[in-house]
Design a protein around this ligand. Sequence first.
Ligand code: G4P
Length: 525
Amino acid sequence: MGLQEEIKRRRTFAIVSHPDAGKTTLTEKLLLFGGAIHVAGAVKSNKIKKTATSDWMEIEKQRGISVATSVMGFEYNGRKINILDTPGHQDFAEDTFRTLTAVDSVIIVIDVAKGVEAQTRKLMEVCRMRKTPVIVFVNKLDRIGKDAFELLDEIEEELQIKVRPLSWPINMGPSFKGVYNLYGRDLRLFAPSKQIVTEMHEISDLSDERLNKMLGDADAEKLREEAELVEGVYPELDLDEYRAGNVAPVFFGSALNNFGVKELLDCFIDIAPMPGISKADEREVQPDEEKFTGFIFKIHANMDPNHRNRIAFVKVCSGMFQRNTNYTHVRLGKNLKFSSPTAFMAQKKSIVEEAWPGDIVGLPDSGNFKIGDTLTEGEDLHYKGLPSFSPEMFKYIENADPMKSKQLAKGIDQLMDEGVAQLFINQFNNRKIIGTVGQLQFEVIQYRLLHEYNAQCRYDAINLFKACWIRSKNKAALEDFKKRKAQYMAKDKHGRDVFLADSQYMLQMAQDNFKDIEFFFTSEF
Ligand code: G4P
């Protein structure tokens, strides 16, 4: 198969959700369909339970598992599907956001009873920013939840995306009878079971009398009415609009009962985009360009103390990646060759000879890579990563063992390269500030510094509301601002100016009073 065919048959995506909506369960069912696993329960939930405040073993376990399930590749109907796993715990949201830079589309799982939740909203913001096409799977129809029409309105409003249902539920909870597949035009009858097979009846016309026999007169009539309403209210799915990220097809089902999942998968492989254009600072790169290019979107430390190597995950953007071939590490300007790149098929890791656009390859790394690094066949190219978001929690980090300051510096440096958190240096007192999106990261950093770098850190409280990047075309104004706000100025790890606001009010005042200064809440501008 040539490059074109390999690209066409690839679907690389992530399943995301607010914790507990059913992401892990859905992932597992998709793998079952793909024949990648054979028993339910094979995919472990990679959640760190909220109750385990400082359960290190749990974190260790989670890290171990998430390497194994970082990428789950499988073949289905001639397609090569790559599911990229994202951490379940919301304190690791940055990890999830970065993973979204490597996918061509996303499936969002929503709990029918809970509707759109906080994390769903945040994840959708990232999808919107990148114009990533999304499909929504409304889960847990075997339970009582929100009315389907109301839920669709909520999704449109809260996620700011148009929706188009492609399946329609017949009741829910104890009286859930199944879904009518508006895409494939057939009826799927629900039987609570974890088996793969659901009873399917091709019913292309809803006026078909068989519907009454199967559903009973009242439910058959209700389905006809609702389907008519759906067709009336929601315009037909426009594939271009979906692929542009403007409209989200919606499916209903119950992942736990393996219901509604096959329709989702079958439709997904039909409509989800194949690997597309990747944007670099210099130019746009087509996937079918002959030469290999790719970027690192995730780095995973190996927690086994005997094997300190990290794994850097590269997404192939163009051309064919080959084992034992020299590639240019653009940032370092040096050539690297990989003798044991790994690919991920289902839950097995194996050495690969080649990989194609859309594929993810794991590269053993002894510290060469940072998140966002680009690999090419020599071209000076820099892929645009996902911006860092301005963190929400801050602490000064201090050395707690004066004999180990070198180890501490190295540890902090490498953990930041991995994208565990963000580091700012306060320009006023030169102290290091760690910014994160969740409390757990502080604990992870402290633990890993000790166990991996033999360094001890201590945190000091700092009262900060937000860190934002600043810029101005007016040099004098910028200098003036920096002078006046000297106490609140910091540099990020790339040496860029960051303003540390200690309250919303202070930030608002700064924005109002310094009109020449632009304030940014993500690092890419
Ligand atoms: P997550 O990865 O999004 O966090 O969610 P996960 O799949 O772990 O599912 C969260 C809980 O919801 C699990 O129950 C799971 O069994 C349940 N669940 C998933 N899909 C459905 C569904 O279609 N219907 C119903 N009724 N429940 C569903 P748990 O009790 O938290 O975990 P477990 O002990 O069952 O593993």
